[in-house]
Design a protein. Structure first.
Length: 418
């Protein structure tokens, strides 16, 4: 688990880690609050899925201009502003629940507002990680953040959120807003400037031209293009399953709301344990071995969800799902940080998310339609089949990753083409 490497990450990293922890605890609280609130407001699976659709729609609507902003201004400050906006949206939704005027429409709009802030946070924080640790520490740093994200976002947050929701639906929403505000306070303690080096010639280009730099960069990159397209397939089926996961657990397997939180927590336990071993797996077996593990375990999880009604199988599937997440996410995040120059990182990141996550709203919508017509289990059968095919279709990606990452971490990057 490389404890020595972990202790050498430095105070700036651990300050960022603290802010990351607070933010993801809030995400974990809201992870069950949004779907549970939606199921209380409507029994239409399509409307329940619409909450997830609007949560990720901002990556399509504001993703590319957000990348320009991230490359022009201090990414730490932008993350703080985004967290403030998310806190306001969740605070308003909590008030709506308390006052009794909450509707599925208000819930959808709140999810959209939270998603807008998430674009800036998810686009900016990976750059901050690279700024506070050395290149050769990225795998360890990313694995520590992945473990923390999993513990707070899935292990602590969901069961706690479900428990608080059982007391009153407004409590996990308000608590999430408070954690986002706490994140702001922690980020103020992170010293230094986190603004990318400015390219005066590029800044003179129109907004449209600057927005397309990230897209052109990703699309012309021999690693990032196939990686983004592969993640797009992952995102489509993953979002389809996540949108109706609550229905699968509570209706098909017959568990309670609190049981739903515990299932998410089971996924989280497996994920955090795997997070501590990813760096070692990469060092011993290589990057693409870890990527393949992510695919295989996802397929096992999806088929267990789709083909069984036995609660122990649901638990086992959640364990495999938890193993899948860090096996893929830690490695893909490190690849981007290793290969992309700082001056284009924000636009690359939001363009990458634009491509990779553009399928999430569609996936959530399809998941809701399929679940409403044929049952939630068929969403997972379909998901496992699609992701399983990536073991064959993803071979060009695996070759490209092996070639790019076999070079020592000298700081060399793929050139920016403007």
């Amino acid at each position: 688990m490389n404890t020595a490497a972990s202790s050498e990450l430095g105070s700036r990293f651990w300050t960022l880690w603290s802010a990351f922890t607070a933010s993801n605890l809030g995400d974990g609280l809201s992870l069950v609050a949004f779907p549970l609130l939606a199921t209380d407001l409507t029994d239409d699976a399509r409307l329940i899925a619409l909450v997830t659709v609007f949560r990720f729609l901002p990556f399509l609507v504001v993703g590319l201009p957000a990348g320009v902003i991230l490359d022009r201004f201090d990414r730490r400050i932008l993350s703080m502003m985004a967290q403030a906006g998310r806190a306001v949206a969740l605070g308003f939704l909590a008030v709506a629940v308390i006052a009794g005027f909450a509707t599925i429409t208000i819930t959808v709009l709140a999810a959209f507002a939270v998603g807008v802030g998430e674009v800036l946070v998810d686009g900016g924080l990976p750059a901050l990680v690279r700024d506070v640790v050395r290149t050769d520490q990225l795998e360890v740093a990313n694995s520590r953040l992945s473990a923390t994200q999993t513990v707070t976002n899935m292990f602590i947050g969901p069961p706690l959120g479900a428990l608080l929701y059982g007391i009153d639906a407004s409590i996990p929403l308000g608590a999430t807003a408070i954690t986002f505000l706490a994140t702001i306070g922690l980020l103020t303690r992170l010293p230094g400037s986190y603004r990318a080096e400015q390219d005066d010639e590029a800044n003179q280009e129109s907004l449209r031209q600057q927005m397309t730099v990230g897209l052109r960069y990703v699309w012309s990159h021999p690693v990032l293009r196939p990686l983004a397209l592969t993640v797009a397939a992952f995102a489509f089926v993953g979002s389809a399953g996540n949108a109706i996961h609550v229905l699968l657990v509570t209706e098909r397997f017959g568990l309670s709301d609190f049981g739903f939180g515990l299932i998410l927590a089971t996924d989280g336990v497996a994920s955090v344990i795997m997070s501590f071993f990813v760096a070692g797996v990469v060092r011993r077996f290589g990057y693409t071995f870890s990527l393949r593990i992510g695919i295989i375990t996802f397929v096992i999880s999806a088929f267990l969800f789709g083909w069984t009604t036995w609660v122990p199988a649901l638990v086992i599937g959640s364990v495999f799902g938890g193993i899948s997440d860090p096996s893929w996410n830690v490695v893909s995040g490190t690849i981007r940080q290793r290969l992309v120059p700082d001056e284009v990182f924000g636009r690359m990141m939001t363009a990458y998310l634009f491509i990779a996550w553009s399928m999430q709203p569609l996936g959530a919508l399809v998941g809701g339609i399929v679940a409403e017509r044929w049952g939630p289990e068929w969403v997972f059968v379909f998901s496992g089949t699609v992701v399983g095919s990536l073991l064959i279709l993803g071979r060009p990606l695996f070759r490209a990753v092996d070639e790019a990452m076999s070079a020592p971490p000298t700081g060399d990057v793929y050139p920016v083409q403007t």
